[in-house]
Design a protein around this ligand. Structure first.
Ligand code: ARG
Ligand code: MN
Ligand code: MN
Length: 320
């Protein structure tokens, strides 16, 4: 492992470089059990020592809360149409936002290990409290921008972006009072999209949201796409990378709840992380939707390994 963590000039991180790791053991934004085991399994796979060997100080509480049990009472009296687990997701994401905010405010990089992608309401919500102009790079097969009015699964991991933006239908959902609109429509760029619901396509188009699909990646190459994303957000913008491992091709990262074929290669995924590290602008990174209970052992190991190596790539590994 080589690292040049200190060779890049970091605009928003204090020296010595420190990462605050948030274990977000939560699956309530989607129906498949197991994704809540992502953080513990990534850590068990050696992530903490790997990051230390890149030269970072690591701030991590092994006894991170099991958000699964953080269920508020009276879930049943919070019904919002088709939406599932509203109270639970609201409660957990609020707590995650507080953790991320604290880390980012201290000048450390916030690394959140998911857990399902509804958690990004908390992670992006948290970094946006510190950096009002934070730019989000959302790497995913999916746009996760359904609203309570458009979702046909009711799974909140398909909705975090609409809540962060405060799109129509997200107002007045009880439990989410803590999350005011904090992400302007021109402060996000998607990379890797290939399974976008019809209403989501309409939302992306109507709001002029910057999105690079797999078609765009094929056409221009990942180097150009990442550069366009960085240029779009602006060279001085703090960057929050929210990486859903299902952005990768299922042959690369199979152990995830909603795999879609035709995804990013191993290198394309890592290149995104490396190039964003190189900007010196990263303030937060999410590694989401690793589900160690899905598939055979070798596939699970492969996915855990990739979760770890993506995080390392975002922290300076492989730069000479
Ligand atoms: N974070 C994810 N893996 N999201 C998948 C979302 C799938 C679908 N668009 C939905 O709304 O349910
Ligand atoms: Mn996804
Ligand atoms: Mn996602």
């Amino acid at each position: 492992m080589s690292s040049s963590a200190e060779a890049v000039s970091h605009k928003f991180l204090k020296s010595p470089l420190t990462v605050g790791i948030i274990g977000a053991a939560f699956s309530g934004g989607q129906p498949r059990g197991g994704v809540e085991q992502g953080p513990a399994r990534l850590v068990e796979h050696g992530l903490i020592d790997q990051i230390k060997s890149l030269g970072w100080n690591v701030d991590f509480d092994e006894k991170f809360p099991t958000y699964e049990n953080l269920k508020p009472e009276a879930e049943e009296d919070r019904v919002h149409g088709i939406l599932k687990n509203v109270a639970h997701v609201a409660h957990v994401t609020k707590s995650v936002a507080e953790s991320v905010e604290k880390v980012v405010k201290s000048g450390a990089l916030a690394l959140t290990l998911g857990g399902d992608h509804s958690l990004a309401m908390g992670t992006v919500g948290g970094s946006a409290r510190v950096h009002k102009n934070v730019g989000v790079i959302w790497v995913d097969a999916h746009a996760d921008i359904n609203t309570p009015l458009t979702t046909d699964t009711g799974n909140l991991h398909g909705c975090p972006v609409s809540f962060l933006m405060g799109l129509k239908g997200t107002e007045n959902i009880r439990g989410f009072e803590w999350l005011p609109p904090c992400l302007p429509k021109n402060r996000i760029v998607y990379i890797g999209l290939r399974d976008v619901d019809a209403p989501e396509k309409r939302i992306l188009k109507e709001n002029n949201i910057k999105a690079f699909s797999m078609h765009d990646v094929d056409k221009h190459g990942i180097g150009t796409i990442v550069q366009k994303a960085i240029d779009y957000l602006g060279a001085d913008s703090p960057i929050h990378l929210s990486f859903d491992v299902d952005a990768l091709d299922p042959t690369v990262a199979p152990a995830t709840g909603t795999p879609v074929r035709g995804g990013l290669t191993f290198r394309e995924g890592h290149y995104i992380c490396e190039a964003l590290f190189e900007t010196g602008n990263l303030v937060a990174v999410d590694i989401m939707e690793v589900n160690p209970l899905l598939g055979e052992q070798t596939y699970v190991m492969q996915t855990l390994q990739i979760g770890c190596s993506l995080a390392r790539a975002a922290m300076g590994e492989t730069l000479l």
